[in-house]
Write a new protein. Sequence first.
Length: 339
Amino acid sequence: MAILITGGCGYIGSHTCIELCKAGYEVVALDNFHNAKPKVIERISALSGKPLTFYTCDIRDARGLSAIFEAHTVEAVIHFAGWKAVGESTVLPLEYYENNVSGTVTLLKVMRKFGCKRIVFSSSATVYGEENPSPLTEDMPVGKVANPYARTKLFNEHVIEDVCAADPDFCGMLLRYFNPIGAHESGTIGEDPNGIPNNLMPYIAQVAVGKLPYLQVFGNDYPTHDGTGIRDYIHVVDLARGHVAAVAYALSHTGAQVVNLGTGVGYSVLDVVTAFERVNQIPIPYKIVPRREGDVTIYLADPTKAKELLGWQAEHSLEDMCRDTWRWQQRNPNGYDDE
Ligand code: NAD
Ligand code: UD1
């Protein structure tokens, strides 16, 4: 009996492979390397203490997926595979709907063919949109989302809810992630963005390592303690463990469940910069620039449901996130392209 991880070579998928192996699950992973490097497979294998069972496969390829389900008895799927660049999704909406939504439909059809009735899906806090007040709870209305990427997450949530409604034996876990950062404490796997990072922590890490001259802080006129935006940053290893808890739940329950994966604690941009500087003893030069379009003042999880339903809560501190990010970046200044 195996757990299939789609997008298993990506940032969150790679950390989840390790935590699942540590928890004793048999792991089978697939990826099409759209946003990952094959080298991560050997790193996952080294950290798990055994070779990763891996297939190069695209989730839009029903035949390729079927071959994996024929070779393994897949008990549950953890579905990370998807594209995630917000800006790109506004330029390539059809490609985003095809990869993220059609890909998920293809995966679900193959699961149905093989009688696999458990899925844990990577949704995003972005589905709460800009109008709900923080802390965000799972029962808040969703729908007014800002871009095609966010809509693919929302559509997939609906698709999985509809599958659960049609089949009373099916279980769908819709996990809404807040802001995953950090890296495995070994410093051998981490986030490896293509080109100039869009997100805060990878940008800081590239400033720290000297690849970028300074951080642009997008606005210091928000109504927060220091004027910069507040987010709920969660260590990627805590997030990975949230998936272990979610898959355990899915194996013994039915129905659809929406669950926030966040800490419930918010930090501003300057809080993160200061923590990174203090923990790693490295100055991070920054300049205040105008607000980034589409940014909100504060985005925070209410993590109560995850604790009550899954018995899971985040354990790592912001300092851990800064230390582990820097260890990964320092040892791999060019990500997986370094030897
Ligand atoms: P990632 O890009 O590092 O990982 C996704 C992986 O999926 C990549 O390895 C990519 O090559 C693979 N992939 C993409 N399309 C595929 C396809 N058609 N077939 C097979 N493999 C495919 O991203 P991540 O940060 O690890 O995110 C994982 C999931 O979590 C994504 O669905 C993302 O939208 C979601 N998510 C991420 C964040 C975040 O901040 N990182 C936040 C909320 C939700
Ligand atoms: C981003 C994604 C969102 C996703 C979320 C979780 C975008 C536009 N949005 O949101 O879809 O669900 O991550 O992973 O990519 N900041 C700077 N300078 C920078 C980068 C960021 O000041 O160079 C600030 C931002 O204004 C924000 C905070 O840092 O206040 C966090 O930004 P970021 O890491 O991009 O995450 P989100 O905007 O929360």
